[in-house]
Design a protein around this ligand. Structure first.
Ligand code: SIN
Length: 282
């Protein structure tokens, strides 16, 4: 069986076939997969019948298991979370704003793995926006205003008790195990233009989903800048729209991408299992 890697026709992403992820992979294959991951940023593995243990093992080819600060895990496996929305759920779709997973951590995760279990017949795509390209294609004036900014990240907007997923969340019937906490108000600084911890490539890191403002900048000014940045970061030319299938594994690089969930599948179940892949350096 030989590895085949076919890039998408979009700004990032590649489909990988010719590998059986239910078996232990040789180090040479893992090295090859990691190199493709760093290049294409999103790897898509269709038709893989994975158990939760397989999912954790494959994720660990890309890095240690990462922390999930505001999620509960599934009963069967302490390293796996469920991204879930049932057919009868009326709660807004989870994670519809472009973000980089848990970017408010001191050492944010390198990547995320997501595995399709129940996929709706319509909607529910995941969008990935290439932030190396977004940085490279920045208009000169925006680059000049942002190049050396330090961003202040926090999970407050989402996961504080009064946040979008907090205790006041009207849609308490959400099937996802979200765990709001006062800890979500903690802040962490990262450069907005952050060199990738493995490739060194500069990328725009995270978005207003987790960035509250910039060091030394007034709130009105940083809010306006975050809005302007978001418009740029999420331009169609940087985006790959991923369409899910059951038994499909996707592994993405949080250091060089933003991603967002999409809706359009009301009345249908959607269930994916997720692992977080830690980075070794901040
Ligand atoms: C996520 O941000 O992990 C969720 C992505 C999705 O549901 O498509």
């Amino acid at each position: 069986m030989s590895l085949q890697v076919t890039p998408t026709d979009a700004a990032c992403g590649a489909v990988v076939t010719g590998v059986d992820l239910t078996t232990n992979l040789d180090q040479s294959v893992i090295d090859e997969l990691r190199a493709h991951w760093l290049k294409h940023k999103v790897l898509v593995f269709p038709r893989q019948k994975l158990s939760n243990d397989d999912l954790v093992r494959v994720s660990r080819y890309f890095g240690e298991t990462g922390e999930d600060p505001f999620f509960g895990h599934i009963d069967e496996n302490e390293f796996v979370c469920a991204i879930q929305r049932n057919a009868d759920e009326t709660a807004p779709v989870f994670a519809e704003v472009y973000h980089s997973d848990w970017s408010f951590m001191k050492v944010p995760p390198a990547g995320t793995a997501l595995y399709g279990i129940k996929i709706p017949p319509v909607g529910g795509d995941t969008l990935f926006a290439n932030q190396v390209l977004a940085y490279e294609e920045m208009p000169d004036d925006l680059r000049a205003r942002t190049e050396n900014l330090i961003a202040i990240h926090s999970a407050e907007l989402g996961y504080a008790p009064d946040g979008v997923y907090g205790d006041n969340d009207e849609s308490k019937k959400r099937s996802m195990r979200i765990r709001p906490s006062e800890k979500a108000r903690e802040k962490q600084e990262h450069p907005l233009v952050k060199p990738h911890t493995e490739t060194g490539e500069k990328a725009l890191f995270s978005s207003f989903a987790y960035i509250q403002g910039f060091v030394g900048m007034k709130k009105e000014e940083s809010d306006a800048l975050l809005g302007e940045l978001y418009m740029h970061q999420s331009k169609d030319e940087f985006v790959y729209r991923h369409k899910w299938e059951k038994d499909m594994l996707v592994i993405w690089d949080n250091r060089s991408l933003l991603h967002s969930a999409t809706g359009g599948y009301d009345g249908h179940d959607r269930l994916l299992h997720r692992t977080t892949i830690a980075d070794s350096v901040a």
